[in-house]
Design a protein around this ligand. Structure first.
Ligand SMILES: NC(=O)c1ccc[n+]([C@@H]2O[C@H](COP(=O)([O-])OP(=O)(O)OC[C@H]3O[C@@H](n4cnc5c(N)ncnc54)[C@H](O)[C@@H]3O)[C@@H](O)[C@H]2O)c1
Length: 349
């Protein structure tokens, strides 16, 4: 099968990962690396390469050998770059967040659909073996009814000039949430509290709550200022609880048969009712084996698969929009002192 000609746009922090992975993806043929700073693009490619470097996006889009672009530029540039690529008839993989507003994202989805082109969001975590297994555990009913999600994503992060910590880090948690939620369960409201203790002018840490239609509460704590790096999420279920510690490769996932049950009052003898109506389950902990597979390889394989099979990718533009809806509501909440903002969203996949 002929490979798909690809151009990567953006040679900053993330773009080189797309370059390295695209070169290792047989279904793709990397043709260009484009950056406003052409020297940077050249330096990323090194001397021994047939991939061309350029600062001209127009040149890339005019090249008939390019069937698809992968865009890793700052979020504020996504709308224009994606629109121009779609108008030039190219399939697009764009980094998170899809755009800066829901309405811009919706315009891009309409354009891609009318043109019969693939528009995919790089929600990288959804392609990790850990998150794929978590999704199976939740959607198969293995953990019972989803009761809560608690995430901590903190470290001494890149303090970005163009985004606050919500728009930089929370897309990871929100895209994971969107991906793993059981069928029929959707976010119904959002609240966010943010803080800028260093006087940077943008939120550097945030606490984000998302209420779900089944009564569960999801919470994410994102922070650029923590000296320790923590990447842990707990998915609590009525039967089992998943603990995902992404910093622990030996046991990234642990499935706890432990939890708290409420005993129905009418099942107790009258004398026992005075005692707590709560019982603690102390069961086994399993550590599921996970393949070691780089998520970005799966992202690019999915992008290529969606193009050749003329289908929607797993994390399509609509997944990007659902994340934007939550981010926008979170920003509004934070500006308004952390009030609860209702959201009404279509169901995920
Ligand atoms: N999927 C992930 O896990 C992940 C991780 C980090 C960053 N990202 C995303 O990747 C994107 C880029 O982030 P980054 O950290 O690499 O940013 P960065 O600032 O390090 O690099 C951006 C690059 O884009 C170039 N650029 C800007 N406008 C351009 C244009 N119009 N045409 C060509 N080049 C242009 C800049 O010169 C710069 O080299 C962001 O959307 C970010 O959210 C995703």
């Amino acid at each position: 099968m002929p490979s798909i000609g690809l151009a990567v746009i953006g040679a900053g922090y993330w773009g080189p990962n797309l370059v390295r992975t695209a070169i290792a993806t047989p279904a793709l043929q990397l043709e260009w690396l484009c950056d406003l700073d052409e020297d940077r693009a050249r330096a990323v490619l090194g001397r021994y390469t047939t991939v061309k470097a350029t600062a001209s996006y127009e040149r890339v889009l005019a090249d008939p050998a390019v069937a698809a672009v992968a865009i890793a530029t700052p979020a504020a540039t996504h709308f224009d770059l994606v629109r121009e690529a779609l108008e030039a008839g190219k399939h697009v993989l764009v980094e998170k967040p899809l755009t800066s507003t829901v309405s811009d994202g919706a315009k891009l989805i309409g354009l891609a659909e009318r043109s019969g082109l693939v528009l995919m969001c790089d929600h990288t975590y959804c392609y990790t073996p850990a998150v794929q297994r978590i999704r199976e555990f939740i959607r198969s009913g293995e953990i019972g009814e989803l009761q809560f999600i608690d995430s901590v994503r903190i470290n001494l992060g890149l303090v970005r000039p163009d985004a606050d910590v919500l728009w930089d880090l929370a897309p990871h948690d929100l895209s994971i949430l969107d991906f793993v939620l059981p069928e029929g369960v959707t976010p119904v409201a959002v609240a966010a509290h943010t803080s800028d203790p260093i006087g940077y002018g943008r939120a550097c840490l945030a606490h984000l709550s998302v209420w779900l239609s089944n009564g569960a509460l999801a919470h994410a704590h994102v922070n650029w200022l923590s000296p320790t790096k923590i990447r842990t999420t707990v998915f609590g279920g009525s039967r089992r609880t998943i603990v995902w510690d992404d910093m622990n490769p030996a046991a990234r996932l642990m499935l706890h048969d432990r939890g708290v049950d409420r005993i129905p009052a009418d099942s107790l003898a009258p004398d026992d009712r005075r005692q707590a109506l709560i019982s603690y389950r102390i069961g086994d902990i399993q550590v599921p084996a996970l393949p070691e597979r780089e998520a970005l390889r799966s992202v690019l394989a999915e992008f290529a698969g969606a193009i050749t099979e003329h289908r929607s990718p797993l994390t399509d533009g609509r997944a990007g929009i659902r994340v934007l809806e939550l981010l926008q509501a979170a920003s509004r909440s934070a500006e308004d002192g952390g009030i609860r903002i209702p959201v009404s969203m279509e169901e995920g996949k």
